[in-house]
Design a protein around this ligand. Structure first.
Ligand code: X8Z
Ligand code: ZN
Length: 613
């Protein structure tokens, strides 16, 4: 979609895809419809022109956005909101103008670009200029509040930002300390609720103007199937993996119960959300030491290795690049190293949430990340570079095709590559002292991976479950928090550590909500990345079990990968998936195969336990 792939991308794109009800200041409005009956030739000229206009607009938008996200001030916020307003206006008008070509027999590329024009934005704006402007302003303010969020303690004196509070959640094992960091961060989003409610109202208006039922319906329309079928598809995938999640939940709960006591973590109950090593309880790898299956078997403490090897921010990113180039992919362009932000600046506010960009839609690759020297961030570096390499291999396509086959593909590339960061590879880098030799070492390692990959699945699913219901009106503004915690309970089996009420707005404490980045992409990516990993391992001729395969250094795997990347969004995603994996269906069996050893172990361990909640 747009230059950057996280939220901004989403918002922008959303914003972006909406473009101009009023005449944009710089560009012309979308090409005027010719009088008379529309023709296929005219349709082709229309998309050509829209591609050109969008490129200019999106570059302008990404530029304003980059400046804002790397230097949050009132001025840069106002600036980005103005550009977003312009882009939203253009896009909305273009979508409406494109409607006249409906039903015409068109060449496949033109037809696909018209489809993408309508569905691939995460935000559409109302045509009324003042409402559109209000929407663009709200989007920017919401993200700004998140980016600047700090908890200054009950006394209002010692302020800590998300990074500092997250490090408490990651490392502390003291209930009260954890509780303070968790509740503290969740205060920053309270003021967002009325803004978010209005944002939803205006976004729905925009979506309806371009003939969607609501904003959620628009999001679900971007997967080459009907929104209803897509919803069924996500449910099907969740049902495939839920039994594995349930086993993991059961085991982790029992271990936490031993650490914190049965009164705090009761058998058969929900896990308090602040005990899982992550602010949102989305990935649990940080509590590995508390749940290690065979303590002392082999050290998988990569954080310690990174410190010992004196990794700095640059070395973290260089290490990521080296993996991709080992597959035969191109080195990142020199401008990547000049223009990226790797380190949190000390003198200004930035949006630290990691993102990848192609600001000029022309191989102007960058990442923006407040890298910390820890394993979690080494994986995130690979994740972001996955986006950059997607940008790199499709940047010569028309901008409407400069997107992933679907947004889950974009999120899955770097993670699929990172699945090849096996203990063998870590040892090679000198980041762990020895290899896990036996079955015990294998189970330890699988646990470490599952805490991130498997624990994430219900979280990845529920975020948009919540937003789909908010957009459709099924969840009223007055029930935002209640609905949120009902879903957290239903899918994740977790509970807030302290009483919540409707004066809280806990969804806003997760970046992608204020930033309006659709989230189902990450759920899909968690499943797709194992399918991709299996395909890359097959291309590399690996005979090893999936969890042992690393494609590091394999050029055949690299070729298989770049062939898919180069397609961008030019073909429906099942075709891209088939080219890569031989299958046209998203499917969790690769993930299940990967974790088969751990699953067997968990089943045994959980015997006699009262699993579930
Ligand atoms: O937002 C991200 C990336 C940028 S696209 C850092 N992720 C999700 C999250 O942090 O919640 C990656 C995993 C899920
Ligand atoms: Zn991403």
């Amino acid at each position: 979609m747009s230059p950057r792939i996280d939220k901004t991308r989403a918002l922008l794109r959303a914003l972006s895809l909406a473009i101009l009800a009023t005449t944009p200041s710089f560009a012309k409005p979308p090409p005027k419809a010719a009088a008379g009956k529309p023709t296929a030739v005219e349709a082709k000229a229309f998309v050509d022109r829209v591609n050109q206009d969008l490129k200019k607009l999106w570059v302008k938008q990404a530029t304003a956005d980059w400046i804002n996200k790397t230097y949050i001030t009132d001025d840069t916020e106002r600036n980005v909101a103005t550009v977003n307003d312009e882009v939203l206006g253009y896009q909305a008008q273009a979508v409406k103008d494109a409607a006249r070509f409906q039903g015409l027999k068109l060449d496949p590329d033109t037809a696909r670009m018209l489809l993408l024009l309508r569905v691939s934005s995460s935000l559409a704006a109302p045509s009324d200029p003042s409402r559109r402007q209000e929407l663009a302003g709200l989007g920017t303010r919401l993200e700004g509040i998140y980016g600047k969020g700090k908890w200054c303690g009950a006394d209002g004196k010692s302020c800590r930002d998300l990074q500092q509070l997250s490090n408490v959640i990651k490392s502390s094992r003291k209930w009260d300390e954890l509780l303070d960091a968790w509740t503290g961060w969740h205060t920053i989003s309270r003021e967002m609720r009325p803004m978010y409610a209005r944002f939803v109202e205006l976004a729905n208006e925009g979506a309806r103007e371009i003939k969607f039922d609501n904003g959620g319906d628009m999001w679900r329309s971007a997967y080459d199937m009907t929104p209803a079928d897509f919803e069924k598809e996500t449910d099907r995938l969740w049902q495939q993996v839920k039994p594995l999640y349930d086993e993991l939940h059961c085991y982790v709960r029992a271990q936490l119960s031993r650490t914190y006591g049965k009164d705090k973590v009761p058998e058969g109950g929900l896990i308090p959300a602040h005990l899982l090593g992550n602010m949102w309880a989305q990935e649990w790898g940080n509590i590995y030491p508390l749940v290690e299956p065979y303590p002392g078997q082999s050290s998988l403490d990569v954080d310690a290795g990174l410190k010992a090897q004196k990794f700095d921010e640059l070395k973290m990113v260089k290490t990521g690049e080296a993996f991709f180039t080992s597959l035969g992919l191109d080195p990142l362009p020199p401008t990547f190293w000049e223009r990226s932000m790797f380190k949190k600046p000390r003198d200004r506010e930035v949006v630290c949430h990691a993102s990848a960009w192609d600001v000029m839609y022309d191989n102007d690759l960058r990442i923006k990340m407040c890298v910390e020297i820890k394993e979690e961030d080494l994986i995130t570096v690979h994740h972001e570079l996955g986006h950059n390499y997607y940008f790199h291999y499709y940047y010569k396509l028309p901008v409407l095709f400069q997107q992933g086959a679907n947004d889950g593909f974009h999120e899955a590339i770097g993670d699929a590559v990172a699945l090849s960061i096996t203990p063998g590879y870590l040892k090679q880098l000198g980041l762990i002292p020895s290899l896990p030799a036996d079955q015990k070492g294998l189970i330890n390692n699988q646990m470490r991976t599952a805490l991130d990959k498997v624990a994430f699945l219900p979280f990845g699913k529920l975020i948009d479950q919540w937003r789909w219901d908010v957009f459709s009106g099924k969840t009223r503004t007055a029930d935002y928090n209640k609905a949120w915690w009902e879903l957290r309970k239903k899918y994740q089996g977790i509970a807030p550590p302290t009483a919540r009420s409707e004066s809280d707005f806990d969804p806003g404490a997760k970046y992608h909500i204020p930033a309006n980045v659709p989230y189902t992409r990450y759920f899909l990516a968690r499943i797709l990345q194992f399918q991709f990993h299996r395909a890359l391992c097959q291309a590399a001729g690996s005979k090893a079990p999936l969890h042992e395969c690393s494609v590091y250094g394999n050029k055949e795997a690299g070729k298989r990968l770049t062939a898919m990347l180069a397609l961008g969004a030019s073909k429906p995603w099942p075709e891209a998936l088939q080219a890569m994996t031989g299958s046209r269906q998203m499917d969790a069996t690769a993930l299940l195969d990967y974790f088969a050893p751990l699953r067997g172990w968990l089943k045994e361990k959980n015997q006699g336990q009262k699993c579930g909640w």
